[in-house]
Write a protein that binds this ligand. Structure first.
Ligand code: HEM
Length: 144
């Protein structure tokens, strides 16, 4: 189970990050061009929203089955080792904050009236979320 979840979390990371980048660019173009925000635009923004939520779900389960997650945090010593602190504390915590911001961006866009404000809500909050996610990825373990 651990290996399967690890592979799923690692593979889905590519899709979630690519979707966030593409949706941010798409919403930015939508805002700058002054076009009307349609149902199609909402569905495109929803792709990145769903992928990041799926990643959150897998990440939460992984956190409790991985030797690099909760067990490392409670096992002692994680705070003094930067690699351990990253997977046991910083990566999960910062990513949860990032996904909350992405969710606010998406939900706000649905409630706002003006098209440009809807696009702005998506690209701004998705971009802040993306920067937070990128700042706490265990790059060496992932691509190293
Ligand atoms: C969009 C959000 C997220 C992205 C893009 C992401 C991405 C990644 C990546 C690329 C890795 C390294 C995988 C590897 O070494 O092959 C990783 C590891 C990990 N992530 Fe996430 N993650 C996200 C959210 C979360 C959340 C919310 C949690 C927990 C609550 C979490 C828990 C973990 C754990 C415990 C590991 C270490 C797994 C291991 O190798 O044993 N992740 N994540």
């Amino acid at each position: 189970m651990y290996t399967g979840l690890q592979h799923a979390h690692s593979g889905l990371a590519y899709l979630a990050l690519a979707a966030l980048v593409l949706v941010i660019i798409y919403a930015l173009i939508g805002s700058l061009s002054g076009k009307a925000f349609t149902e199609k635009d909402r569905k495109i923004a929803m792709i990145a929203f769903i992928l990041s939520h799926t990643q959150l779900l897998i990440g939460l389960i992984l956190y409790f089955v991985s030797p690099l997650g909760f067990s490392l945090l409670t096992g002692g010593g994680a705070m003094s080792d930067s690699a351990a602190r990253l997977t046991a504390l910083e990566h999960p915590l910062i990513n949860i904050v990032a996904i909350v911001l992405i969710s606010i961006g998406y939900i706000r866009a649905k409630k706002l009236q003006e098209s440009r404000a809807k696009f702005r809500s998506i690209y701004m909050l998705y971009a802040v979320g993306l920067v937070l996610i990128l700042s706490r990825i265990p790059w060496a373990a992932w691509l190293g």
